[in-house]
Design a protein around this ligand. Structure first.
Ligand SMILES: [Zn+2]
Length: 248
């Protein structure tokens, strides 16, 4: 059975909480609600953690959020030993905003890295403190100092970051939008969410369902911690917060 959940983070990634009603508890104890601000693990970005607040003020801790049979089915997985809410119960759904904001900054930084390094992407994982992007890039020829400097130019330019929806046909007509070598954005749903950077997407646009900050300036100071060789044709770039440490 499919559940119809209003997915609020797609249009406003800055929402920290919402009221919601429990639609169902699945066989594994996961909670489905009629609306949510909790991002579910996908596209290399981990799902949100947080709490559900009940009418009496007591709290149900949410350990992770995942998708079900489709990306529109969002399942909030409680930590062990939590009280199970009743179907129909009204709750306040509140994410761990400190963690999410770091993930939004990091996720946007990964997009900026794909602008600085315009090579096919073979993998990516966004983390709170350390993210990685793997590129199909046989010869390094790039340094962490050089890439960090170009990343920070984009951060300091404070470009807007926004989303735009296009049709499957528009995506098919613009294959250059897809930067992932192995991962295809889901086609067949009729519409694709593009994440755009710069006025009129002048800096970048690519299909992505994740959450990002609204300007590149909010990414703040980041640096390339490491460029690792992963096989003959792959380079793994690690992004970390803060300025590039001196003397490394
Ligand atoms: Zn993204």
């Amino acid at each position: 059975m499919a559940y119809d959940t209003a997915i609020l983070f797609r249009d406003d990634s800055y929402l920290r909480e919402t009221e919601g009603t429990v639609l169902a508890i699945n066989a594994r104890g996961g909670i489905l609600t009629d609306r949510t601000v909790f991002y579910a693990t996908s596209g290399g970005q981990p799902g949100d953690t947080g709490v559900f607040v009940r009418a009496d003020g007591s709290i149900i801790s949410i350990a992770v959020t995942v998708t079900g049979e489709s990306k529109d089915e969002i399942i909030h997985v409680p930590a062990s030993g939590q009280v199970v809410p009743a179907v129909g119960e009204k709750l306040i759904l509140r994410i761990d905003w400190g963690r999410r904001f770091k993930l939004m900054r990091m996720h946007a930084a990964c997009h900026l890295l794909s602008v600085v390094c315009p090579y096919p992407i073979t993998g990516a994982a966004v983390g709170e403190d350390d993210s990685r992007v793997d590129f199909d890039l046989p010869d390094a020829g790039v340094t962490k100092e050089g890439v960090t400097a170009k990343l920070m130019e984009l951060v300091q330019a404070n470009h807007p970051i926004f989303t735009r929806w296009i049709t499957d046909e528009q995506l098919a007509a613009n294959p250059g939008l897809i930067k992932s070598k192995n991962v295809r954005p889901p086609a067949g749903t009729g519409r694709i969410r593009l994440v755009c950077i710069g006025e009129n997407a002048s800096v970048d646009s690519q299909p992505c369902g994740g959450t990002h900050v609204a300007t590149t300036g909010e990414v703040g100071a980041v640096h390339i911690g490491k460029i690792e060789k992963k096989g003959k044709e792959n380079r793994r770039f690690r992004i970390r917060f803060g300025p590039l440490p001196e003397g490394e």
